[in-house]
Design a protein around this ligand. Structure first.
Ligand code: NAD
Length: 423
């Protein structure tokens, strides 16, 4: 099975869906689980594929393709983002929904995993076209999502405004104000304080714990970040506040490096105004070069399959914190483990996003809103507990943290599915 996202590295040829299946097999074989459990977990319960017409500003009609995958709802409604990207495909959406199931279990949320995507590059459309694409996709999936069934959120190239349009479309279709159908909304329509920074905040908590375990100070630690969007740039800001030196960042326009550190506020301003490539004193580097820099902390915060058999043996970072979903292939995982690199896996490192999405949903259901302090305290407690549980179980089973996180998630899911009589 090949898709646009298949890794074409010398020693591997897997797409994200095959990769997550391999990760399930790996943890299940350590736990010696019966195949009935893995058979259920290796496929999403429901995947829908939609095509919907949208009128462009010039009066022409374009037809967009989109998907929504709902992996496993044993623990509660499915939950997960919607991505707008030209490379979205069905296997990627399936894989991302599966990682969401395991992620929710790792941080103890009463959710299963979902994910959606529309094949499009939002940079090519006007705001009004983007609004019609967003509303069109929600209309196409409205029958399978809902506050008690499947709750979308933002992901790559989707924003709080897009969530707002989608919530409005759903509410109109159902004839009832339904803020709980989607999270990551603007604050004025039931968004949560702390949601936009939640993924990065959670990621930074896990990095802080890993640095403590290695006996390394945050002050002066060097950091390279691939991707400078929601997850990447807010991680840069938070790590700089903790005294880390952000020495390299990159996005689709290219990468920049300075051994003395880059000024993150300037980077953010340039990203909004023009491009990070306008940064004054820097060395221009490629994305792959960034991954191989001699830094303490490497944060992949863009797309899948960037750390592969082609570069894993050249990575010099001590810690890789996977803000992105699926950045590391199973082959690369093995190489990194042998070389003693700590990988904080995506289903732990970026779980802060869905955790505060859960807080948003709870607030929407209660119509009672929390302060930013309450959100951040609860987030920190959940992330630090989850990190410790994963670190402890990894030690107990003598496995890397990805296997540790999958072991925790699969054990919980097996118990839940058994209690419901599924196995
Ligand atoms: P975003 O759209 O805000 O930013 C994506 C960034 O990646 C942009 O700066 C873009 O230029 C850059 N990028 C894209 N392709 C690239 C490439 N090939 N090389 C270098 N940079 C590239 O998206 P985001 O929300 O920050 O998501 C990034 C990753 O984090 C994704 O894997 C997403 O699934 C994951 N994630 C996001 C959240 C969230 O709450 N936003 C939660 C969990 C996980």
């Amino acid at each position: 099975m090949q898709s646009a996202k298949t890794v074409h590295a010398s020693k591997e040829s897997l797409n994200p869906f095959e990769i997550v299946q391999k990760q399930i097999d790996s943890a299940a074989s350590i736990l010696q689980l019966p195949s009935s459990i893995t058979k259920i977990l290796k496929k999403p319960k429901r995947v829908i594929s939609v095509s919907f017409p949208v009128k462009m500003d010039d009066g022409t009609i374009e037809v967009f393709d989109g998907y929504r995958s709902q992996h496993n709802d044993a623990s509660g409604p499915t939950k997960g983002g919607i991505r707008f990207h030209p490379d979205v495909d069905i296997d990627e959406v399936k894989a991302l929904s599966m990682w969401m199931t395991f992620k929710c279990q790792v941080v103890g949320l009463p959710y299963g995993g979902g994910k959606g995507g529309v094949v499009c590059d939002p940079h090519h459309y006007s705001t009004s076209e983007l609004e019609r694409i967003s509303r069109g996709f929600m209309e196409a999936i409205a029958d399978v999502v809902g506050p008690e069934t499947d709750i979308p959120a933002p992901d790559v190239y989707t924003t709080p405004q897009i969530m707002g349009w989608m919530m409005d479309t759903y509410s109109r279709l159902k004839g009832t104000y339904s803020p709980g159908v989607i999270t990551g909304k603007p604050l004025s329509i039931g968004g949560s304080k702390g949601r936009s920074s939640a993924t990065a905040t959670g990621c930074v908590y896990t990095i802080r714990e890993a640095m403590k375990d290695l006996g390394l100070p945050m002050e002066g630690a060097t950091v390279a970040i691939q991707g400078f969007g929601n997850a990447g740039r807010i991680s840069a800001l938070l790590l700089a506040e903790l005294g880390c030196k952000i020495v390299a960042v990159c996005d689709t326009k290219g990468g920049i490096y300075h051994p003395d550190g880059l000024d993150v506020d300037t980077l953010c301003r340039l990203k909004d105004e023009t491009s990070i490539m306008e940064y004054p004193e820097k060395q221009v580097i490629g994305g792959d070069q960034l991954l191989k820099l001699d830094v303490d902390i490497l944060i992949p915060a863009a797309l899948e399959n960037v750390i592969t058999s082609e570069n894993a043996d050249k990575i010099k970072a001590k810690i890789i914190a996977e803000a992105a979903n699926g950045p590391t292939t199973p082959y690369a995982d093995e190489v990194l483990k042998e070389r003693g690199v700590i990988v904080i896996p995506d289903i732990l490192a970026n779980a802060g996003g869905v955790t505060v999405s859960y807080f948003e949903w709870v607030q929407n259901q209660m119509h009672f809103y929390w302060t930013e302090k309450e959100i951040n305290e609860r987030l920190e407690q959940i992330m630090v507990t989850a990190y410790r549980e994963v670190a402890d179980i990894s030690k107990e089973y003598q496995v890397d943290m990805r296997n540790g996180a999958f072991i925790i998630a699969i054990k919980k899911l097996a118990e839940t599915m058994e209690a419901r009589g599924w196995i």
